[in-house]
Design a protein around this ligand. Structure first.
Ligand code: COA
Length: 374
């Protein structure tokens, strides 16, 4: 059947890429209907119980947990030694920009696993130095023998965290280390597929993660909890937001049609951290109200809480500054980006999806009469 320009099929909802297989991966898989996340062959709930962050890095990047922990410690020390070379990178108002600028400057050589460890190890040093610089405090010297999570919190606060706090951050990073072909991971794979270097792939991923629809939501989730104050105010506040046409941060997901399994893993980490978490109770109350309101307004969608409510509560419990939440997310996810970039590079295949052209086309169109895909 011949199709003319004014008969271009209606634009599909969302990205139009659903169902398109862009890559093969052995790293992680998301089953959005069943609410399952499998990382390196293990359910995320088991992974968090069984391995530390260096262990999860080893599963994705190769090697064993002890050797990776040593490599990350060495990378933290090496990054600290080069802080003076970073120019204005640490003066950026957003720590995500500081990470991108620092990654561009530090640019570890090679594409192998050493480059990945150098990047993963550098992130908490950059974020800690950035946060302390904002408070006009000097960067702390890393302790290469400390665990990655323990050192990250010390680099941020200038004091050793409790074991429970370090364990909570470690569990957070294991939980978010990888998540299928999400937007930032796809960005990393696209760059890696061109034959570009690992730092460039990570810089692209940072740009994607920064957006509020992806990794930028936990800060706004806390702003929302601040504004709501108590569970009794939740319904009226959320109703006003929805009536104003705004989205509720921390709700909805492109893939999950049930509650994000990472939320439960993080709530468990938070409980193990101990202490009183009135925020968790408020977050759960807001989540319940938001789910009910969204179910009412969008019965055709299943909009459940994503990972960001629990992330916001956990990072707040660790006294991470709100503006550094996404950068702390990146400290964990960078390992997944590196693993995906290396997996993609190993295929030697350029990733080049096509777009459906819906603009005007000069007559005559193509021999078939169809506008071409670009
Ligand atoms: N609050 C209110 N409405 C929402 C919503 C939310 N959090 N999430 C989706 N919707 C609505 C959209 O407005 C849209 O309505 P419409 O069909 O009337 O235009 C419909 O549900 C589908 O939206 P769509 O963008 O296609 O959903 P998606 O599944 O592709 O989007 C997100 C996924 C994550 C981008 C989206 O749910 C969102 O913006 N959430 C808030 C930000 C967030 O928490 N991000 C962190 C993700 S881990």
């Amino acid at each position: 059947m011949e199709m003319h320009m004014d008969e271009v099929p209606p634009r599909p909802r969302a990205s139009g890429l659903e169902g398109v297989i862009a890559a093969e991966t052995r790293l992680s898989a998301v089953d959005g209907t069943a609410g399952r996340l499998v990382i390196a062959g293990r359910p995320v709930e088991a992974l968090v119980r069984e391995v530390t962050f260096p262990g999860a890095c080893a599963l994705l990047l190769g090697g064993d947990a002890g050797a990776v922990a040593t490599q990350l410690g060495a990378a933290r020390a090496a990054t600290h030694a080069r802080l003076g070379d970073l120019g204005v990178a640490l003066d950026q108002p957003d720590p995500m920009d500081a990470l991108a600028a620092a990654a561009a400057q530090l640019r570890p050589r090679g594409e192998g696993v050493d480059a990945a460890h150098a990047l993963v190890g550098s992130f908490p040093v950059i974020v800690g130095a950035w946060a302390r610089g904002r408070r006009r405090e000097a960067a702390q010297r890393p302790d290469p023998r400390a665990s990655h999570a323990e050192d990250a919190l010390r680099l941020l606060h200038g004091r050793a965290p409790s074991p429970a706090e370090a364990n909570a951050l470690d569990a957070y990073w294991v939980t978010v280390i990888d998540h299928g072909l999400n937007a930032s991971t796809f960005a990393a794979r696209v760059v890696a597929s061109t034959g570009s270097d690992l730092s460039s792939a990570v810089i692209a991923a940072l740009g994607a993660l920064q957006g509020p629809l992806h990794g930028g939501a936990p800060g706004p989730v806390l702003d929302m909890l601040d504004a709501i104050e108590t569970p009794e105010h939740a319904r009226a506040w959320l109703t006003r937001e929805l009536e104003a046409g705004r989205r509720i941060m921390g709700m909805g997901h492109r893939v999950y049609r049930v509650r994000d399994p990472r939320a439960a893993a993080l709530e468990e980490a938070l409980r193990r951290m101990g202490g009183d978490h009135p925020r968790l109770a408020l977050a759960r109350a807001v989540e319940r109200e938001a789910e009910a309101l969204l179910a009412d307004r969008k019965p055709e969608r299943t909009l459940r809480a994503n990972v960001e409510f629990a992330t916001a509560t956990l990072l707040e419990g660790l006294a991470v500054p709100r503006e550094a939440f996404t950068a702390f997310f990146a400290c964990g996810r960078v390992a997944g980006w590196c693993a995906h970039a290396q997996e993609q590079a190993a295929t030697g295949r350029l990733l080049r999806p096509r777009a459906r052209y819906v603009g005007d086309w000069p007559e005559p169109a193509t021999a078939s009469g169809h506008p071409p895909s670009m």
